[in-house]
Design a protein around this ligand. Structure first.
Ligand code: 1HE
Length: 266
């Protein structure tokens, strides 16, 4: 994976980045179009995740304006042939896979509309916080299209095929609380408080061993897709690699010598 060495990469103006120590805050910054995801933005996401400096240990994704994202930029779709449509969808798959199976965990802070491709993007990240204004929709049915950003693969893993079918067939929305109950978010936040919560979680995540974080986001979901026997083998290999490195030895020694924090109920 390419790493940023010198200056920051050039990103489209629909993406803003702020670095806070080990945490990068990435903001969808196209509020005038409700953060609709055009090609420039999707390719910008790819550039950002491909060139993360090694000093970045976690990312917070959030969005400007009243809505997280209105999904695919429909103005680009209307001129697309079937062939272009396949290439377009495959490009989203490539980019969102780089997020889901990247080097660092990504915490998404959602608010307002989290629609279509916006939900597909959020679903490719690892931890989701929903401010209480959040609502989810998959209006592809009413637009005569289909999910194309990996939504049919990722969203049923969160809420089940049946609920996704309902969203797509009937055009219903889920509110933040329903989304939380069904597994679309991990945390709820009051309006305006999601970003602080996201940064706090990302800072906490950034203190984990990078190799354990890598295993959590890359190995765990793959084990979940395997048969039991293969899963056990992969788990034991991952566990052995993780516990064998110097970082783990130091962390365990710190605990045994009373220098590390105990597990606390939060
Ligand atoms: C857009 C888009 C968009 C807004 N593509 N331009 N997504 C949808 O079907 C959702 C479409 N959007 C909406 O339903 C609404 O915009 C919202 C509920 C999200 C927000 O409503 P509102 O009243 O705050 O904003 P607005 O007036 O509708 O939109 C403001 C501007 O953003 C306006 O442009 P303007 O030039 O007239 O100011 C809108 O046209 C523009 N805009 N959403 C393009 N999506 C990989 S496959 C994924 C498939 C999908 O994602 S399907 C879901 C598509």
């Amino acid at each position: 994976m390419a790493k940023r060495s010198g200056g920051a990469p050039t990103l489209p103006k629909s993406l803003k980045v702020e670095q806070r120590g080990a945490v990068a805050i990435l903001t969808l910054a196209r509020p005038e179009k409700r953060n609709a995801l055009n090609d420039m933005t999707v390719l910008g996401l790819e550039t950002f995740f491909e060139t993360l400096p090694t000093s970045t240990k976690a990312v917070v994704l959030n969005a400007q304006g009243d809505h997280f994202s209105a999904g695919l930029d429909l103005s680009e779709l209307k001129v697309m042939s079937t062939e272009d449509g396949i290439a377009h969808s495959r490009a989203w798959h490539r980019v969102f896979d780089k997020i889901e199976f990247g080097r660092v965990p990504v915490v998404t802070v959602m608010h307002g509309a989290v629609v279509g491709g916006g939900l597909e993007l959020a679903a490719a990240t690892h931890i989701r916080i929903a401010e209480r204004s959040t609502y989810y929709a998959l209006p592809e049915g009413s637009r005569g299209i289909f999910v194309g950003g990996g939504g049919s693969v990722r969203i049923p893993r969160l809420i089940g095929v049946s609920r996704m079918m309902d969203l797509m067939l009937t055009g219903r929305t889920y509110g933040a609380e329903e989304g939380q109950d069904f597994g679309l978010s991990h945390y709820l936040a009051e309006p305006g408080e999601g970003l602080a919560k996201g940064i706090a979680l990302a800072q906490r995540i950034a203190t984990n061993s990078p190799s354990t974080n890598f295993a959590i986001i890359n190995v765990l979901p793959r084990i979940a897709e395997q048969d039991r026997a293969s899963g056990y083998v992969m788990e034991s290999l991952t566990a052995a690699i993780a516990q064998g490195n110097d970082e783990a030895k130091k962390r365990i020694k710190d605990f045994l010598e009373k220098r590390a924090a105990k597990v606390k109920r939060t």
